[in-house]
Write a protein that binds this ligand. Structure first.
Ligand code: COA
Length: 415
């Protein structure tokens, strides 16, 4: 079966997490991704957080499926010649070097565009143009600078970073969309273009509702769905909202049976407006249905703490899965707090290919997250990450280099 990006060739200069997640997605959609790495060491994540000595780490293998790897010293003149040959034959260059690194290598946009005017050059940087544009940036810096950390956590605690890698993988997703749009536009213009996804901007895009709340706060000095209402005080910036629901339907994380020993025996419970009478019936507080203090959503906002405390008395008598089963019968929106252990064993996620088992020549079998985007006419088959330089000879031969040329480049340590 064909794939959505069949025929698209990606020159992949990405490393660590943000860039590799982007090119991995493009590979899953069918693009031929050629990852260029430094000889001898390669992407730093190959050796980071290693669990098996001498073997590519899970960090690397889980971010670089379905790619080919070549090693190339891009700073040597002959390396630049190989690079120009690659630029001539590829559609997209993706990079997440530190600011200015590409220019220092002599690979400016002007140079790339002169060699191949159809080339799309896509970059992840920590910041866009401005006071911080020259900074090197990692995940948590982006979470802090993009508004996530100041709005995550509890009111009486410090800012918190989240486990979801919104700075790295979140930016990679943004970049992938920009690349696909640029490929589409190239169909009519015939020209490549620059695509930039700064990590601060991507995080802010994911924190859009918090900028909404900043403006609400400035206008009304309060926000009824936040836990600070009605007893606490609001300052002049969006506060941390704990586990309160971000939308207009109040929600909370509640303890379930076994919480004393199981750190994940919790459920997320949403008191959706439409099912309030059912919530009252389930927890045995049917008189709340007509009680003036609880009857309307706006009245309930004054009593969220006692309401959730009472619901929690009920959830604590059930396991999170028992509670889910009962609540689902009443269409009450809720979700179990699933541990990574539970997710890894979830049969439905295996069935859909979102959790996949992959075999690797030096690592053996390991679990990975497959393509979360499902397409009916472009199925994803997850294949293992490449060993360092595994495809150097193959790719150079495709570029027209003879076996003798390749040997010479190897002898000169260009590859
Ligand atoms: N051949 C020759 N040189 C190579 C090379 C190759 N194949 N691959 C990399 N290099 C060189 C680069 O040119 C650079 O040299 P320079 O310092 O002389 O310009 C050097 O290796 C290091 O690259 P750099 O990107 O600066 O890596 P770093 O490890 O110092 O920094 C980051 C890592 C992630 C902080 C940085 O790349 C960055 O800020 N990237 C943008 C934001 C980003 O994506 N962050 C998320 C990370 S998950």
């Amino acid at each position: 079966m064909s794939k959505a990006l069949d025929g698209v060739r990606i020159l992949d200069f990405t490393h660590v997490q943000s860039g590799p997640t982007c090119t991995q997605l493009l590979a899953w959609f069918g693009a031929d991704v050629i990852k260029v790495e430094r000889a001898g060491e390669g992407d730093a994540t190959r050796t980071q957080l290693r669990d098996i000595p001498g073997v590519d780490s899970l960090y690397f293998t889980m971010l670089n499926h379905n790619k080919r790897s070549i090693t190339l010293d891009m700073k040597k003149p002959k390396g630049k010649e190989v690079l120009d040959a690659l630029i001539r034959t590829c559609d997209v260059m993706v990079e997440n070097f530190a600011p200015g690194a590409l220019d220092r290598m002599g690979m400016s946009w002007e140079h790339i565009h002169a060699v191949n005017p159809r080339m799309i050059v896509a970059s992840v940087k920590g910041f866009g143009p401005g006071p911080y544009e020259n900074l090197k940036v990692y995940e948590n810096v982006a979470q802090c600078a993009g508004g996530s950390a100041s709005t995550t956590g509890f009111d009486d605690g410090p800012p918190l970073v989240t486990g979801a890698q919104i700075g790295d993988s979140g930016t990679g997703l943004h970049l992938a969309l920009g690349i696909v749009a640029a490929l589409y536009q190239r169909n009519t213009t015939g020209r490549g273009q620059k695509v930039l996804a700064p990590m601060q901007d991507a995080v802010l895009n994911l924190c859009r509702v918090k900028l909404r709340d900043q403006q609400r706060l400035e206008r009304t000095h309060t926000m009824h769905e936040y836990p600070q209402y009605p007893d606490g005080k609001f300052g002049d910036a969006v506060p941390r909202a704990g586990n309160a629901s971000g939308g207009g339907q109040p929600g909370s994380v509640l303890k379930c049976k076994g919480w004393e020993t199981d750190p994940n025996a919790y459920i997320y419970f949403i008191t959706q407006e439409a099912v309030w009478p059912s919530v009252c019936k389930v927890i045995g507080e049917e008189e709340w249905i007509e009680d003036e203090a609880y009857k309307t959503a706006s009245a309930r906002l004054l009593h969220l703490k006692p309401i959730f405390a009472r619901i929690e008395q009920w959830t604590m008598t059930k396991t999170k899965f028992e509670a889910m089963e009962i609540l689902n019968k009443y269409d009450i929106p809720c979700g179990p707090i699933l541990s990574m252990k539970e997710i890894a064993r979830e049969p439905a996620l295996r069935e859909t290919g979102t959790i996949v088992e992959v075999d690797h020549p030096t690592r053996g079998k390991y679990l990975s997250v497959g393509n979360p985007i499902k397409m009916s006419d472009s199925p994803t088959e997850v294949t293992r990450s490449p060993l360092l330089g595994e495809h150097t000879d193959e790719v150079l031969a495709q570029l027209g280099y003879s076996a003798a040329d390749i040997e010479q480049l190897r002898a000169e340590r260009v590859i």
